[in-house]
Design a protein around this ligand. Structure first.
Ligand code: ARG
Length: 467
């Protein structure tokens, strides 16, 4: 049997393999809400413009509402023979309301329909992600405030570099997430135009009002070029790019959690809530959630790469290749959503081992820079000379297998006779972090101020857009 939606000049149905490769219903059914919203906006506009009768429009709109209820309650039967969500819904509409259903597809095409549905889905999902990223920022900022003065090692090359505070480290991710949210907001703003009414590719001769459907669907305006409207997926690419960058940030944090929770580092512990045990090694507590957040960045970045490759050789306008935009986009944005939720859970759940952190902060001669800075400030030494003198002092401490603060004044003076015992003031890790008061530095007073600034900002935002 030929397709009842477009089979006019077809005598027979498709080969089974054709159906396998062509059907998208298994994944594009995720668009059902958007498809119904788009159709209802379209039909109301057709009636308002006198293109179809108000009575037919009302019947269609009511029929679509009933279909939404069927889908929502799991009573709708999706058919692969009907290819995709658009034809599944339209076909069911014909079954339930009869002839009037045939008027819905006036002055539109599946090409502008699917572009509209996808934009709506991506836009709504970006809003969800933004809210989740804000929740993660709040969890991080709360924790940062609580541990603004907790000294831990700061690393470069994963080697102890200088002491920092745990709060400062957590706020670094709050900043990253702030920029991630900025990218999400940018993508949302640019994509929020209505492709509906571009029809197949060239627009339509019917007197449609694209501004009306734009307003009904929450778009800022209609898209201005019909060819562009049906043929670009840059809005999905931008969302995936923003998601990829955010996933990369989360993956780095996940990697840190994996490292910090090893018995060897032992800086942080997760509870039973976000770890698993081993079926053979009773002592194990594995940070699976963090590992999966780290791994999921792979599929998110993969979806971006995949869609870029799908799109890059397509001549204007629509080509069926573009049906391949969906699975990757859905999967990637939903994965990011899960990662954000898991990260928020882990941040709330994690407890720093303050003693271990402080001990680790002092290892590896992490206050050597403080010593060099003291020489510069107190002895007016050029920094390069101070660096050299400090290097010799570190060598001495290393030979004696003690920390810098454990060297005697006589030992220090054997390298630089002008050193006084005032130097011991800067050699402790707590003094070190307290002295880093430059704007953006790790001093606990700074960390507290920044954490409070973020929490106030996040609270203001939440009040502005309650979800
Ligand atoms: N399922 C199709 C897609 O996702 C809908 C558009 C079909 N358009 C067409 N001209 N065959 O791209």
């Amino acid at each position: 049997m030929s397709n009842k939606m477009w089979g006019g000049r077809f005598d027979s149905g498709p080969d089974a393999i054709m159906e396998d490769i062509n059907a998208s219903i298994e994944f594009d059914k995720a668009l059902w809400r958007q498809d119904i919203a788009g159709s209802r906006a379209h039909v109301a506009m057709l009636a308002k413009q006198g293109i179809i009768e108000a009575k037919d429009a009302a019947t269609i709109s009511k029929g679509l509402e009933n279909i939404a209820t069927e889908i929502e309650s799991g009573q709708f039967t999706f058919s692969r023979a009907l290819e995709d969500i658009h034809m599944n819904i339209e076909s069911r509409l014909a079954e339930t309301i009869g002839a009037a259903a045939g008027r819905l597809h006036t002055a539109r095409s599946r090409n502008d329909q699917v572009a509209t549905d996808m934009r709506l889905w991506v836009r709504d999902t970006l809003d969800l992600l933004d809210g989740q990223a804000a929740a993660l920022q709040s969890a991080l900022a709360e924790k940062a405030l609580a541990f603004a003065g907790a000294v831990m090692p700061g690393f470069t090359h994963l080697q102890s570099a200088q002491p920092v505070t745990f709060g400062h480290h957590l706020l670094a991710y709050v900043e990253m997430l702030g920029r991630d949210r900025g990218r999400i907001a940018d993508a949302r703003k640019r994509m929020n135009e209505n492709p509906l009414g571009a029809a197949a590719l060239a627009g339509t001769s019917f007197p449609i009002d694209r501004f009306m459907t734009a307003a009904a669907l929450g778009f800022d305006r209609p898209t201005a070029n019909s060819l562009d409207s049906v043929s670009d997926r840059d809005f999905a690419l931008e969302a995936l790019a923003a998601a990829s960058i955010s996933a990369m940030h989360l993956s780095r944090f996940a990697e840190e959690i994996v490292i910090w929770t090893t018995p060897q580092f032992g800086l942080v512990a997760l509870s039973d809530k976000f770890t698993t045990g081993s079926s053979i090694m009773p002592q194990k507590r594995n940070p699976d959630a963090a590992e999966l957040v780290r791994a999921k960045s792979g599929r998110i970045i993969g979806a971006l790469t995949g869609l870029l490759i799908v799109m890059k050789g397509l001549p204007l306008t629509y080509a069926k290749d573009m049906q391949e935009d969906k699975e990757g986009t859905f999967d990637a944005l939903q994965s990011l959503s899960l990662c954000l939720a898991a990260m928020t859970g882990m941040v709330k759940d994690m407890t720093p081992d303050l003693k271990a952190m402080k001990k680790a902060a002092g290892s590896g001669y992490a206050t050597a820079t403080d010593l060099a800075d003291w020489l510069v400030k107190n002895l007016k030494m050029p920094f390069r000379d101070a660096h050299h003198v400090t290097g010799r002092i570190v060598g001495l401490a290393e030979a004696r297998k003690v920390g810098l603060e454990k060297l005697s004044l006589a030992e220090l003076q054997s390298v630089e006779p002008r050193i006084t015992d005032a130097i011991f003031d800067v050699l402790g890790v707590e003094k070190s972090v307290r002295s880093r008061v430059s704007y953006g530095g790790t001093a606990p007073v700074n960390v507290r101020a920044q954490a409070r600034r973020w929490l106030a900002k996040l609270k203001r935002e939440a009040r502005k857009n309650p979800s």
